[in-house]
Design a protein around this ligand. Structure first.
Ligand code: GLY
Length: 431
């Protein structure tokens, strides 16, 4: 079996690791990959935006499956193009990927289909958006409709902040064409939960939920980032049934619009006092959630078989189990999430049982040294019998990784640890 993974971040490293764990004889290629992936796969120096180059590589290498990591190539239509060339590819078409690439499309779809989500208005002019801000009141959320590298969602505590966010996006052109339309959206109170469904457009396999940590600093302080860590399992909901119901309704709504969704549907839920409501959908695996999920999850059939079956449109039922807990602590470069500094030499401690290091923004310099090459540099994913033990291992290992300007949180998984300490059984046992 020959598989090409498109991408070169921590998510793709975790997927590559999982696929090789399941089948060590797998012939794996990655484009462009990274120094961590290079230990598992042949890395091809092709950018994820170079669809023609990727297509040639897939045909040349005679791959059986292409797995797309990031949203960019999905928005550019890689799945439509590769399918037309007769290649099996895991991911949604360009039209179906709009569930992530156009937040305005996703919101209209949800509102029309009665899917629980925040109230919202979509606007393209500053005046109309300001009026909406005043109708909603503060706090309120302002979103750029298009892809904005995880930076297009601004939670505003005051009306003045919300007006400034609107001005910045619509007038200041902060996100270019991705900000031609803004959403003014109800602020939802609760905890977030990321849930992944592998789907062939009709059937789906629900994977266990994870929690991401978007703020840069401990205790959810500091600016928003692409994600500073994630963990699983999350004991926020008693039953996955309402989440599965929402995924099902979304797949039906997309199919009814002539945009059947294949690949990985990522639902970002807010678990509110009245139940789960959708914050956003993404059209690919989450990052860094995948780095916390892959060391932990077992599926029967295996992940590779599920990805292949999704690409072929015939997903079988699957058993999904979690083996303990996992915490992935992200190490970020100096000056992240603004323009990160690159070129700092990285020193990794000796490998440790139960801890995996997934590479994201790393590169080899001219002397072969591992150096920082992006905002989020590495993730230390540690497994353990509980989130608390996995957290301790992940934090301790991440603390030993050294590079100038390193930034990391030490509290990934804190909500779950608090929940466990305050659970009725912990109280009964005096914990
Ligand atoms: N962890 C957030 C995302 O992947 O979009």
């Amino acid at each position: 079996m020959r598989v090409l993974i498109v991408g070169g971040g921590g998510r793709e490293h975790a997927l590559a690791w999982k696929l090789k764990q399941e089948d060590p004889t797998l012939e794996l290629f990655a484009a462009p990959g990274n120094p961590g992936i290079a230990e598992l796969a042949e890395c091809l120096p092709i950018a994820v935006s170079d669809l023609a180059g990727l297509e040639h590589a897939a045909i040349d290498r005679n791959v059986d499956l292409v797995v797309v990591g990031p949203e960019g190539p999905l928005e550019a239509g890689i799945v439509d193009r590769f399918r037309a060339a007769g290649l099996a590819i895991f991911g949604p078409t360009k039209a179906a990927a709009e569930i992530e690439t156009s937040k305005a499309f996703a919101k209209r779809l949800m509102l029309d289909a009665g899917i629980p989500t925040g109230r919202a208005e979509m606007h393209t002019t500053v005046t109309a958006a300001h009026e909406a801000v005043h109708r909603f009141g503060a706090p309120v959320v302002i979103k750029a409709s298009g892809l904005a590298s995880g930076k297009g969602v601004i939670v505003c505590r005051t009306l003045a902040e919300a007006e400034a966010a609107v001005d910045d996006i619509l007038q200041g052109n902060r996100f270019g064409a991705a900000g031609a339309e803004v959403l003014v959206e109800e602020f939802m109170e609760g905890e977030e939960l990321s849930v992944f469904a592998i789907t062939d457009g009709v059937r789906f396999v629900l994977l266990p939920g994870l929690q991401d940590h978007k703020r840069l600093l401990d205790n959810d302080a500091g600016p928003n980032t692409g994600g500073m860590g994630a963990y699983a399992p999350v004991s926020l909901v008693d039953s996955p049934a309402p989440l599965a119901g929402i995924i099902d309704a979304t797949l039906r709504a997309l199919a009814e619009q002539g945009r059947p969704f294949t690949g990985l549907l990522y639902a970002g839920f807010m678990i509110t006092s009245t139940g789960p409501r959708v914050v956003e959908f993404n059209c690919r695996f989450g990052d860094p959630e995948t780095q916390a999920l892959m060391p932990l999850v077992h599926t029967n059939p295996g992940l590779l078989d599920l990805l292949l079956a999704s690409a072929r449109g015939a997903l079988p039922p699957a058993e999904v189990t979690l083996d303990g807990a996992c915490v992935a602590t992200v190490l970020a470069a100096a000056n992240y999430p603004d323009t990160p500094r690159t070129g700092d030499v990285i020193t990794l401690p000796p490998p440790e049982e139960g801890v995996l290091v997934f590479h994201a923004g790393t590169a080899r310099d001219g002397d072969g040294r591992l150096v920082t090459a992006g905002g989020r540099v590495l993730a230390a994913s540690a497994v353990g019998p509980t989130v608390e033990i996995a957290q301790q291992r992940s934090r301790a290992f991440a603390g030993q990784i050294d590079f100038a300007g390193k930034q990391m949180r030490s509290d990934i998984g804190m909500r779950e640890v608090n929940r466990q300490h305050h659970s009725p059984s912990a109280r009964a046992s005096g914990n």
